[in-house]
Design a protein around this ligand. Structure first.
Ligand SMILES: *Cc1c(COP(=O)(O)O)cnc(C)c1O
Length: 410
């Protein structure tokens, strides 16, 4: 267990230019080419370094509290039929979500590279909080770029980042949200790539980030495979996870990619299939380029990213990780959707029946597992859900709109 960075099967590794099939690559302006090449070379070295891997293992155990458990949701399963639902409890990872897995990896890489500062953008603030945590742990400076509009909306996460010692820098142009924050962070990175490392928050962006973030998240799948087979004597029939950029899904899928296990990604269908009402990139997108990589992209006629929506702010991104696009085309992973309404039901049902309040992002995957259970096939199945985070952050929003959720009683 805990093989930090075991190389994956060749079917998963991108080619030397960072392509997974026709997706991924590195489409960046010239000033970013040299800094990205430096990151690639450094990652090649550390991913084979005994010291780096040992240090990351130690951090995961003693700081993050890994391994996180796999839990059999027996009460929920019984109420829904014969399907047995299991949860990989990333909500119990330090800071309450899977994001810290790759932020600690990126922080350790920065230390090996001799960098002084971690920088990133954040939308709702979850990636910013995880990265600020890593920076505090490693004693590095941290600048988080955030749209002015998001800063006003996400006061608790802004406070968390500042308490952790990060500077939250407002992006004040354009719509003043995530896209502008990405622009601002990239400008800052190009200005000083010697002292700073840019840390991406999912399996997206130019090579090597989709590969590197997947490798750091792979611990989730490797742990879960060991834990599940020890608990049940078998592999799960289906492994499922929500897909925004796709890091928690790639993490758990990576552990089962060579096994006879169905892998199901779940995209946010929001209010429905009309443009602007969802962020289901692989279900409704077409090939395009965003933030330096090629993927299925929700876009308008001019190739500009389309407006997106999800009740879960961590999932509303018009692109998706390139490896997912390739896994969809090859048929190894199937992609489904869950609406906001299905997600809210799953949030309350899991809370009431198991005593676990899930993040709205993760609730998409729970909703899919519930749908599988209700379809009740003659053969009882096992479904392993990556519960990517806890729902404390979503409480105010849900209480204001749905109350305490009595109407969702099973
Ligand atoms: C950010 C976030 C996600 C979405 O990111 P992925 O890269 O798609 O995993 C999912 N769940 C939680 C709890 C998050 O914070």
């Amino acid at each position: 267990m805990g093989n930090a960075i075991t190389p994956l099967s060749l079917s998963l590794t991108p080619d030397a230019a960072g392509f997974f099939g026709k997706y991924g690559g590195s489409f960046v302006p010239p000033p970013l080419e040299a800094p990205l090449a430096e990151v690639r070379r450094a990652y090649e070295v550390v991913s084979r370094s005994h010291d780096f891997i040992e240090e990351l293992r130690r951090i995961r155990k003693h700081f993050q509290g890994r391994p996180t458990p796999v839990y059999h949701a027996a009460r929920l399963s019984r109420k829904l039929g014969h399907t047995q639902i299991y949860l990989k409890r990333e909500d119990l990872n330090h800071t309450g979500a899977h994001k810290l897995n790759h932020c600690m990896g990126e922080g350790l890489l920065a230390r090996f590279m001799g960098k002084k500062k971690l920088i990133a953008e954040t939308g709702a603030g979850q990636h910013g909080v995880a990265l600020a945590t890593a920076a505090a742990y490693f004693g590095l400076e941290c600048d988080i770029y955030m749209g002015e509009v998001d800063i006003a909306k996400q006061a608790p996460n802004v406070a968390r980042m500042q308490i952790l010692g990060a500077r939250v820098i407002p992006a004040t142009h354009g719509l003043k949200t995530l896209k502008e924050a990405v622009d601002a962070a990239l400008v800052a990175y190009v200005q000083d790539p010697i002292n700073q490392l840019y840390c991406i928050g999912s399996v997206v962006g130019p090579h090597p980030f989709p590969m590197m973030v997947r490798d750091f998240q792979q611990v989730v799948g490797l742990e879960a495979r060991d834990q599940f087979t020890e608990m049940t004597g078998n592999l799960p029939d289906i492994v499922t996870a929500c897909v925004g950029g796709g890091s928690n899904a790639m993490g758990i899928f990576a552990g089962f990619i060579d096994d006879p296990v169905e892998l199901h990604g779940v995209e946010p269908l929001g209010r429905g299939p009309n443009v602007g009402d969802h962020s289901a990139s692989m279900t409704y997108g077409r090939e395009g380029i965003i933030h330096g990589f090629r993927c299925y992209l929700l876009q308008d006629d001019k190739g500009e990213p389309a407006p997106v929506h999800s009740i879960a702010s961590g999932l509303d991104y018009p692109g998706v990780g390139p490896e997912h696009c390739h896994l969809k085309d090859t048929g190894r992973v199937r992609y489904f959707t869950a609406t906001d309404d299905e997600t809210v039901e799953a949030f309350y049902v899991l809370s009431r029946n198991e005593g676990i309040i899930p993040a709205l992002e993760s609730s998409h995957a729970v909703a899919h597992a519930m749908r599988l259970a209700r379809s009740d096939p003659s053969q009882p199945r096992t479904v392993l859900v990556n519960l990517s985070g806890r729902g404390d952050k979503d409480m105010d929003y849900l209480i204001a709109r749905y109350g305490t959720g009595e109407k969702f009683a099973l």
